[in-house]
Design a binder for this molecule. Sequence first.
Ligand code: SF4
Length: 376
Amino acid sequence: MNASAQGEGSTVGAPPLLEVRGLNVSFGKKSVLGRGRVVRAVNDVGLQIASGETLGLVGESGSGKSTTGRAVLQLVPADSGSIRLDGREIMGVRGKALRGLRRQMQMVFQDPYSSLDPSTTVGASITEPLRVHEGLSGRASRERVAELLDLVGLRPSHADRYPYEFSGGQRQRVAIARALSINPQLVVCDEAVSALDVSTQNQVINLLEDLRESLRLSYLFIAHDLAVVRHISHRVAVMYLGHIVETGPIERVYESPAHPYTQALLSAIPVPNPDRKDRGRRILLQGDLPDPADPPAGCPFSTRCAYVMPVCRVEMPATTAVDGGGGVACHLQTAGPVLAGRSLSHLGMPAVPDGRTARGRLQPAAEGPQTSAVNT
Ligand code: SF4
């Protein structure tokens, strides 16, 4: 696949803050006798994110999206490729340089318990990166913690509470405050709202949006909920079996998906209006995700694709540009007998998923974090 075409330019028009090219990550190894198992989790991935931009990264469980995020943050080692942050190559940095990098890139996980020590107060948890990276302590540190709690919609007095005293949404706000404490430029949100109920999701998404605008943050927003990704992202990249199969501006991809896998994913978004004509046009994928240790030859989607052609089983499709922006890796775009060069959107798609429209403000239910320790 053509990595440079995958990482097509951002919508913001500025030079990319993050530029990933040809990223490969694998786990396991084979012995000299060829025994053992090697899982190629990320294959030739290319991405770009501009300052102030949100790139959504979607795909089924096991598609490699979380591994991609962790490799960008240098939390898992990559086999090869290039990761540039603000123009500087960061692949494989160690020691002091890696600590410096942590200041620029942070992560928000699905489960805040994984980043918050249950035995220390949230104030102490937020203080830790301030002490390690900024050398702040005492009054200056307490003032910064109060400022950060206020920034994420909590009260300064919450600093003295323990994680178990907060609701799930409030804990995620604390995790966000901790991630922002050292003023990162890029935040990788890995299923950051997936464990929250819809109302709380909306509150946290609105918070992330406000913070992105006020602090000019960039997000790599990894999620399996396509409705959430549509709302928060400027662009989206679709991953399947470790490959990016489609990228593009959010409206283009959601309205006119060019890859059969993207179309199947989007068709699964619930359409709440029973009168909608496109309701029920769900594309059911046949079979399971192939074993990443034994991927199919040619197109990675060839074992489940309704449009598979002989060429798909032998040749990896190159990434080609799509009208409306972005790229797609599919032989239909170049060799399809019926669909060559055309979007699949004419086959019928749910256009507005789950009542959430693209890039508007979500309406949360009554918010609780200012008044109670157990709301949100
Ligand atoms: Fe389907 Fe072939 Fe396109 Fe792969 S390249 S998505 S198998 S049509």
